[in-house]
Design a protein around this ligand. Structure first.
Ligand SMILES: [Fe+2]
Length: 276
């Protein structure tokens, strides 16, 4: 299910496959290793212990929250990620991205702060209604099946009950500005998935990068773990795909609007616009 790749031969074909649910893993390279090293170096300024053992500290939640906020959209990380996208032949025409986020998933599932917590079952496209969205996700510390990201591959094209009919990104962003995290950061699953649902845990290594459609149903794993997980993520949209409606199928998102405003042009930082 996770298909290894080092470089994109045919970008249209590659994206067509992504929008059909294929999940790629880009192999470790000099640039991706540099990126992991840079992130670790910046983390090291505030926390010099083993990343996987952060939860042993009594103030681990404060440290996680501080690190996530401090490292968000760090210029050198974005520059290296841009270099990576260029090196794999992904950049053709105008491209957009949201913020580069370093995330901390604690060993125990109890933190409150969204980006320093484990996340429930969702599709990223439930938050934006933009089905051309491609997600990039990569571990910084070593991950294990009990604390990683998991896919529910059979639900890529099968609808699930969710709260997209009533959720509003603008309300979430307004509240977040005021430091209020009580409004859900994204629409939520309203039904439980069946007990025997097929689960695909991600066990890639630091330096490797996962690439998948933002329409995939996924979550953090629910188990107790002995490891705190550090990972990074970013989402991209290509203008070509917006223009030619190259996209994943929308099977259960009922948002009335699209929310392009989290995406910015990679070159000049101008906001992404959607014309229909
Ligand atoms: Fe997600």
């Amino acid at each position: 299910m996770f298909v290894p790749i080092s470089q994109i031969e045919n970008l249209n074909q590659f994206k067509k496959e992504i929008f059909n649910g294929k999940i790629y893993v880009f192999e470790k390279s000099k640039i991706t290793s540099q990126l992991v090293d840079q992130i670790k170096k910046k983390i090291g300024i505030d926390y010099s212990g083993e990343l996987e053992k952060l939860h042993h500290l009594s103030n681990c939640e404060e440290i996680s929250t501080h690190l996530v906020a401090k490292l968000k959209n760090t210029e050198i990380f974005k520059n290296l990620f841009y270099e990576f996208l260029h090196s794999i032949n992904f950049l053709q025409g105008e491209s957009y991205w949201d913020k580069f986020v370093v995330r901390v998933a604690p060993a125990k599932n109890k933190f409150k702060y969204r980006e320093a917590s484990r996340i429930g079952v969702h599709r990223d496209t439930w938050g934006t209604n933009i089905h051309q969205q491609i997600n990039w996700w990569a571990p910084i510390s070593s991950i294990e099946e009990t604390n990683t990201m998991v896919f529910f591959p059979d639900y890529f094209d099968r609808p699930v009950k969710n709260s997209t009919g009533s959720w509003d990104l603008n309300i979430y962003l307004e509240n977040r500005k005021k430091g209020d995290f009580s409004y859900p950061s994204a629409p939520e699953l309203l039904d439980k998935l069946p007990e025997n649902v097929r689960i695909l845990p991600v066990t890639i290594k630091p330096g490797e990068i996962l690439c998948f459609s933002g329409s995939h149903l996924h979550s953090s794993s629910k188990h107790k773990s002995e490891n705190t997980r550090f990972s990074y993520e970013i989402r991209t949209v290509c203008q070509d795909d917006l223009d030619s409606k190259n996209e994943a199928p929308n099977i259960d998102c009922e948002l009335k609007w699209q929310f392009p405003k989290i995406f910015r042009n990679m070159k000049d930082n101008s906001p992404m616009k959607i014309t229909s």
